[in-house]
Design a binder for this molecule. Structure first.
Ligand code: MG
Length: 476
């Protein structure tokens, strides 16, 4: 059994009046959740609280898929609540969580993430970010349009590309990590890593043995760094990995090498044996390849090349194979020819069915989805797909008072190609978001220094969710 111990801390920070972050430590289920809410009035608090509650209640059996599903259920709950209460309109939240789940070779730690709260793993004194931020700045960073230094102080680093509560469905990132004694997992809201460098975080996690003390110290340092946002930190330490470290060390000693960069390992799908300090990091188990020592029985080894027609240990070809081979060599008789004709007919019918279903789905979506674009120099909502689909043109639903000139360049480009949304209420919420951006940001994308709106709005898509802004945001 994997044994964990955890500590946590949260603080409103030095500027905000409300703490919109939430956290849950469900030690009996080995489940830990952090959420960072956003939205006007009480929206952010409500969204983040609903997220952690729902993930706890709906986590179900211990598996990565159940954890992802719990986050999707939380998304739906927040989306519906936001739609039914005008005071909560536009609320949303990030969510990240970890949980111990059974794996094929013992316990694993499953992690999930939506938004820009982060999950780090400190292993062998190295801090590895397991989650990936869903933010505009992260996208620019990945595209090579920004350096890490520029990203850290970018005025739009609060704009999320994914969050809970914005659309009816949400894509949830996740993966699993094999835990080893001494590993420390850190879940935190952006109020921590925007104020304390990763070196600073690493040093605290190394220095303070007690997870609760480490969490308190991280929050203290974030406040010292400015405390411009709410700060939430959960530190989870692997106290006992059920003898896995010892076994891994022994296996490693037997098979020296196989150590790769830890950075590659942070993606679950990454192939190969990635390890930090010789131990696997994410998703994949590094199985040492045992040298094959047993003797292969002589009768299992063909004495030489085996040709078709020779009696050999090769399996008999099945009937289909035999008939197709015969067809190739002529000898087509009527029976086979009839079978062939039937096969062609069945195949053609199947292809036609697929075409009908696909065309039907395209027509349905062309008639039942929405997008936000421009009509002249005003933002407008259309029903349909940008540019139309087949013979179905989009229909103008409404033209708003939001002018093209009020929006930053990146949003103009998004709207130029049409921001697609799954429902009319999602489109309406997106308009709320655009209004907030138009108010909070000047046309050059930098914050209007006269606004002090603590409220925020969220919306889906490429540049979708803006956080509560403060006038103290640094400019590059
Ligand atoms: Mg925050």
């Amino acid at each position: 059994m994997t044994t964990l111990r955890a500590g946590s801390a949260t603080d409103v920070g030095r500027i905000r009046s409300l703490n919109e972050d939430s956290k849950r430590l469900v030690t009996e289920a080995n489940l830990f959740v952090v959420a960072d809410g956003m939205g006007g009035h009480q929206g952010g608090e409500v969204a983040s609280a609903l997220a952690v509650e729902t993930v706890e209640e709906r986590a179900g059996e211990a598996s990565l898929e159940s954890l992802k599903q719990a986050v999707r259920i939380a998304n739906r709950a927040i989306f519906e609540k936001a739609g039914s209460d005008p005071d909560l309109h536009g609320m949303g939240t990030t969510t990240c969580a970890i949980r111990v789940v059974p794996g094929p070779d013992g316990d694993e730690i499953a992690w999930v993430n939506v938004g820009d709260s982060r999950i780090y793993l400190l292993r062998d004194d190295r801090l590895i970010q397991l989650s990936r931020d869903h933010s505009l700045v992260e996208d620019l960073l990945r595209d090579g349009q920004l350096t890490a230094e520029e990203a850290a102080v970018h005025p739009q680093r609060n704009i999320l590309t994914r969050a809970l509560g914005i659309d009816i469905d949400v894509e949830v990132d996740g993966g699993t990590v094999i835990p080893f004694t001494g590993d420390r997992f850190l879940l935190c809201s952006d109020g921590l890593f925007n104020e304390v460098s990763e070196d600073g975080i690493t040093s605290v996690l190394r220095r303070l043995a007690d997870p609760a003390e480490a969490a308190d110290e991280l929050v203290r340092q974030a406040n010292d760094g400015g405390g411009r946002d709410n700060i939430t930190v959960v530190v989870v330490e692997v106290v006992d990995d059920d003898g896995r470290s010892a076994a891994a060390s022994a296996a490693l000693a037997a098979t020296a090498g196989g150590v790769d960069s830890a950075a590659e390992a942070t993606t679950t799908g990454a192939a190969g044996a990635a390890a930090a300090g010789g131990r696997p990091v994410a998703g994949q188990t590094v199985e040492p390849v045992e040298p094959r020592t047993e003797k292969i029985p002589a009768e299992a080894v063909p004495a030489g090349p085996v040709f078709a027609g020779q009696r050999s240990s090769l399996p008999e070809p099945d009937d289909d194979y035999a008939s197709e081979r015969d067809d190739l060599y002529g000898g087509l008789d009527r029976e086979r020819s009839r079978r062939f004709t039937w096969r062609v007919l069945v195949f053609v019918a199947a292809v036609l069915t697929v075409i009908v279903v696909v065309v039907g789905a395209v027509i349905w979506s062309a008639r039942n989805t929405y997008y936000v674009g421009f009509k002249g120099d005003r933002v407008a909502v259309y029903k349909g797909k940008p540019g139309g689909v087949l013979f179905i043109d989009p229909k103008l639903q409404q033209t708003t008072d939001i002018a093209r000139a009020e929006l930053p360049q990146n949003l103009r480009s998004v709207l130029d190609s049409g921001k697609e949304l799954s429902s009319e209420s999602a489109a309406t919420r997106y308009l709320v978001y655009l209004r907030t951006v138009a108010k909070d940001l000047g046309p050059d994308g930098s914050p209007n220094t006269t606004t002090t709106t603590p409220g925020t709005t969220t919306a889906p898509g490429a540049t979708t969710t803006t956080r509560a802004k403060t006038t103290t945001t640094a400019t590059p």
